[in-house]
Ligand binder design. Structure first.
Ligand code: ACO
Ligand code: PYR
Length: 522
């Protein structure tokens, strides 16, 4: 029988305490629906006592019908020396009308005396009164024992008393929090085991990542016996973040054979992680375990050779299990196996031992030495292959171009490009203004070419990046330009390198246009 670990997501509460994150109410509603679709058990949706945004969000949540998750509102115990039913935060928690509430309280004696500045006995009363009150209001109560591990190390009997206070007042769950994120995995395991020996309740874990241990600590706690794991998607959270559910869930399901999400949901994890990073307006971390863009990206030639023979050689799990996919990166550390897949797309008859394969890998390494980088610029690399295999025909010739930059830079267009091209012996001369020299050149070139190739009307640039390759030579340094283009359905990347930024842009631009024309003619 597979043991279930309850997944408690706090992306919308503790995740929102992360630097740079500010979800709108609309974002929060979309994330709630996504997490529910993924199948987490609890969604800690916010602090109704904190701000009007969360209050509005809880109001609008009432319209949302969830299939899997229980909504939870989060707040503290009553304040010291305030009656529970007179405490404004407690009233706000009730107004959220969620089936469950998470109540956090102090477990570390130092926090009681020095931070909330009350007596140890009053803190126990605050916990008891609040939990009991919420139980009278028919709430499921998750009691979060803030700073539990630091508190246990400082004064174990008081820390346990705080848990007993919550439990005897009716708490349904007791969650042990490593609030400052500094506890080590062996300490977590040992303390969790001791607590489980003393407290007869379902126990959860809530870890922060200040020592880089949040995931390891959460997993050690499960090994120690907890049955609920709290965390956030992508590890968002205050300071160094919270325990990352996108790492914890696959480890628990795939490696330790627990059930965390409903059957089949694990393969939705990568999409959910990236969706939430979009809404959080945070760049998705490429190196994130399991769900990152690079998590299954192989670059070393020997690794790619191994994975091509048997993926198990350099992959700890099949990427499809978490909805991710394998990628092979072209680079100077590639071997023939890396480039073979790309070569065979152009000519399936070429093999790993063909002379052409050796020539193409040598050309790849020469170009990378010059400053090219073909990761993300696979279309430029396909043109390298086509040239090497004699499968490339120039579709246009540029006989001349001029770019004039306007000074001072006025509003709107700041450069003009004039270009003369030839296609099958026919000349076309065009001029165009643009927002900067590269933009003017791009528009003029495509304007000239659409006379012959109308399909280029669909093409546009979506990204343009410049990287200086040798900063010691200042303005004489080489630059690498990376362009991302689209025709509305597909997108492709190209690259150019030169000491002249305009020329590097031009090379990437011409590759991009040639690649599109070749694809339309194939
Ligand atoms: C570990 C955690 O993540 S716990 C959650 C932390 N999250 C947040 O703080 C985000 C939401 N917080 C807020 O919006 C605000 O802090 C509010 C609205 C809740 C409170 O705001 P204010 O009343 O202005 O108080 P302020 O934030 O300055 O100080 C915190 C107060 O809470 C009290 N407090 C802190 N922890 C607890 C606790 N566990 N139980 C009861 N009271 C507590 C403090 O003693 C302090 O009270 P004091 O002003 O009487 O000294
Ligand atoms: C409750 C909580 O968020 C913490 O102690 O870290």
């Amino acid at each position: 029988m597979v043991k279930k670990i309850c997944i408690y997501d706090s992306t919308l509460r503790d995740g929102a305490q992360g630097e740079g994150i500010s979800f709108t109410v609309a974002d929060k509603l979309k994330i709630t629906a996504k997490l529910d679709g993924l199948g987490v058990d609890y969604i800690e949706a916010g602090n109704p006592g904190s701000n009007p945004k969360d209050i509005e969000f809880f109001q609008r949540l009432k319209e949302l019908k969830l299939k899997n998750a229980k909504l939870t509102a989060f707040g503290s115990t009553r304040r010291a020396n305030v009656e529970v039913d007179k405490d404004a935060n407690i009233m706000s928690l009730l107004s959220a009308e969620t089936p469950s509430v998470a109540i956090f309280g102090k477990s570390w004696d130092f926090h009681v005396t020095d931070i909330i500045r009350t007596t140890l006995e009053e803190n126990l009363c605050m916990i008891r009164d609040t939990v009991r009150y919420m139980k009278h209001k028919d709430k499921e109560v998750i009691y979060d024992a803030e700073h539990f591990f630091d508190g246990y190390k400082a004064n174990p009997s008081y820390a346990i008393d705080t848990l007993e206070a919550a439990l005897q007042s009716g708490a349904d769950w007791i969650t042990l929090c490593d609030t400052n994120g500094g506890t080590l995995p062996n300490e977590i395991r040992d303390i969790v085991k001791k607590v489980i020996g003393e407290i007869n309740a379902p126990i959860g874990i809530h870890c922060h990542n200040d020592g880089g241990m949040a995931v390891a600590n959460s997993i050690m706690a499960v090994i120690g016996g907890v049955t609920q794991v709290q965390g956030t998607m992508n590890g968002y959270g205050e300071r160094c973040g919270n325990a990352d559910l996108c790492t914890i869930i696959p480890n628990l399901e795939i490696k330790l054979k627990y059930r965390c999400l409903p059957e089949g949901a694990l393969k939705e994890l990568t999409a959910a992680s990236r969706f939430i990073s979009e809404l959080a307006n945070m760049t998705h971390y490429s190196g994130a375990p399991f769900v990152g863009h690079s998590a299954f990206a192989h670059k070393g030639g020997m690794h790619i050779d191994g994975v091509s023979k048997n993926p198990h050689s350099f992959e700890h799990i099949p990427p499809e299990l978490v909805g991710n996919s394998r990628r092979f990166l072209m680079s100077e550390v590639s071997g023939r196996s890396t480039v073979l897949t790309s070569i065979q797309k152009v000519d399936p008859a070429i093999t790993k031992d063909s002379e052409e394969t050796y020539n193409i890998i040598a050309e790849l390494k020469r170009l990378e030495h010059e400053g090219y980088q073909f990761e993300g610029a696979e279309s430029s690399f396909e043109l390298v292959i086509r040239r090497a295999l004699g499968r490339y025909k120039k579709l246009f010739e540029v006989s001349d171009f001029k770019v004039i930059s306007d000074e001072p830079w006025s509003n709107g267009n700041s450069a003009t490009a004039i270009i003369k091209i030839w296609v099958n012996g026919v000349q076309e001369l065009t001029a165009s203004e643009g927002d900067g020299p590269v933009n003017a050149l791009d528009i003029a070139l495509r304007k000239a070419l659409t006379v012959f190739y109308p399909q280029l009307n669909k093409m546009r640039l979506v990204d343009y990046k410049v990287r200086v390759l040798d900063t010691t030579t200042a303005t004489a340094a080489k630059v690498r330009v990376h362009i991302e283009s689209t025709d509305g359905e597909r997108s492709w990347g190209t690259v150019g390198v030169s000491t002249n930024i305009l020329e590097a842009s031009w090379i990437a631009l011409v590759d991009s246009i040639e690649y599109m024309l070749i694809k339309y003619m194939d």
